[in-house]
Design a protein around this ligand. Structure first.
Ligand SMILES: Cc1cc2nc3c(=O)[nH]c(=O)nc-3n(C[C@H](O)[C@H](O)[C@H](O)COP(=O)(O)OP(=O)(O)OC[C@H]3O[C@@H](n4cnc5c(N)ncnc54)[C@H](O)[C@@H]3O)c2cc1C
Length: 445
């Protein structure tokens, strides 16, 4: 008991140090960015623009890829022989964290789609080529796109394709445009609203958040959650698992652990579980099965794909394949040993890859290393519309802080601001627009 208290005090001290460190990290990053920029300018040797620019291609512009693109574009000198080419099929940055909430609560869904572009400022337009498309193949020297025959050669390649969910919402949107994405969220809201007995399959963060939000907004509904493991949130520590279960049960969500859904009989409105139990339900929502999107390398470097589907990397985040030294892998798709991959670890990897590539463009060796860090694994889990828990754990000791939530949109305005966009201004999505109109916004950098 005493030992546990000491361990918790030590962890608390580590969190305080971590917070101070985080503050200094932000400070150093902005100083580094301005130094990078100045150094970049001082490296201009020729007033002539190079005849043919070499490409630093970034595949995927979510937390890791978008951040890497920002740092790269801000590090290259004005007359650099390199340009950053970003390929991303989505018209907007799709903010995953708020998806479970916006699948239940109405009226905020458009806020999950943040216009791309301003985050890359102050990089000059000529530094960036933005392509809204999907990469379909990668060779040793180039990439190919889905919607054009253009083959884009690269000097450096960053693969930041993250992970995907087969059943899309509430974990991923599963549609590239904002109108379709907003429409999908609204359909899910209606499904839950019209259902009397929704059944949520999967007890990870998305499943727990969706189930507690649904029960919290509609207390009269019979909400059930089925999870294949003996605890919910099994990737985290036992104290968070207990807090999550307590939050579910306090609201009255019926939880079935160590169970799997075997089949659904829509006509009779039932599902059959592995144990033989039959549950009544009129809407099944799957919150399971996120898989790393590593298919692009299945021909070029099949040996670098691990059993879990992640791509093996060196500490420099170069792919673990000596024949591809200019290929870097970052974010959820990378096999970095991060315990709970999240936006923080993805962005730090983006920074390391960008810094290493910048060094190589200066004729140096990549020397920055990524090491998983416990401080990155902090999670805030909502437990209904009003409550949340924030969890810190270093693998041995945990601290769980209960919290009160007051903003139905989960303070996502902060992320809009972080991305350089005034909340919730989007020229492709007029304020007050109730139906999805307009296609993707023109990218403004
Ligand atoms: C529901 C939910 C809630 C979450 N909540 C939190 C949270 O509160 N805090 C936190 O830190 N983390 C949270 N996470 C985790 C976080 O969202 C991920 O760790 C993070 O998004 C990983 O970023 P990424 O850059 O690796 O890739 P992803 O976000 O997976 O994005 C990959 C990008 O690559 C693009 N792409 C894929 N294939 C191709 C291709 N062939 N060509 C071109 N582009 C391609 C995709 O369109 C996408 O934009 C949450 C995740 C989910 C699902």
């Amino acid at each position: 008991m005493v030992f546990k208290k000491i361990a918790k005090s030590i962890l608390f001290a580590k969190i305080v140090i971590y917070s101070v460190q985080l503050y200094f990290d932000v400070l150093t990053q902005s100083i580094a960015a301005s130094v990078h920029g100045r150094r970049a300018k001082s490296r201009v040797t020729s007033p002539e623009s190079p005849k043919e620019l070499q490409n630093i291609v970034v595949i995927g512009a979510s937390f890791s890829g978008y951040h890497a693109a920002k740092l790269l574009t801000n590090s290259l000198p004005p007359n650099s022989p390199y340009q950053v080419v970003v390929v991303e099929p989505n018209s907007h940055f799709q903010f995953t964290w708020v998806l479970p909430r916006f699948c239940v609560v109405e009226g905020h869904e458009h806020k999950a789609f943040i216009p791309y572009g301003p985050y890359l400022k102050p990089a000059p337009k000529s530094m960036v080529r933005w392509i809204q498309d999907r990469v379909v193949s990668v060779s040793k020297e180039s990439i190919r796109l889905q919607s054009s025959t253009e083959e884009i050669p690269y000097a450096f390649l960053i693969i930041a394709t993250g992970s995907g969910a087969e059943d899309s919402l509430p974990s991923r949107v599963g549609a590239p445009g904002k109108p379709e994405g907003v429409e999908r969220c609204r359909k899910m809201q209606m499904r839950i609203k019209e259902s009397k007995r929704p059944l949520i399959v999967g007890g990870g963060a998305a499943g727990v958040e969706l189930a507690t939000d649904a029960k919290s907004l509609y207390p009269e509904k019979h909400v059930a959650l089925v999870h294949s493991r003996p605890t919910v949130m099994q990737r985290f520590g036992s104290e968070l698992q207990a807090a999550a279960l307590e939050g579910l049960e306090r609201l009255g969500v019926e939880v079935h652990l160590s169970e799997r859904m075997v089949s659904e009989d829509v006509e009779s409105g039932t599902v059959l579980l592995k144990s033989g139990k039959v549950l009544e339900c009129d809407a099944v929502i799957h919150c399971t099965g996120q898989k790393p999107s590593s298919q692009l390398l299945s021909d070029l470097a099949p040996g670098s794909i691990s059993e879990s589907g992640h791509i093996r990397v060196k500490p420099t985040l170069q792919i673990a394949d000596d024949s591809l030294p200019n290929v870097y892998i970052i974010g959820d798709v990378a096999d970095t040993g991060t315990r709970n991959p999240n936006a923080r670890s993805a962005m730090r990897q983006g920074q390391i890859a960008a810094d290493n590539i910048t060094r190589v463009t200066w004729g140096k060796k990549p020397s920055h290393h990524y090491k998983p860090w416990w401080g990155e694994a902090v999670i805030k889990l909502t437990l209904g519309l009003e409550n949340s828990v924030t969890h810190f754990g270093d693998g041995k000791t945990e601290l769980v802080f209960p919290g009160k939530e007051t903003d139905p949109a989960l303070m996502c305005d902060g992320t809009w601001r972080h991305m350089g966009v005034t909340p919730f201004e989007d020229s492709s999505w007029p304020q007050g627009e109730s139906e999805g109109v307009g296609s993707s916004a023109k990218l403004e950098v």
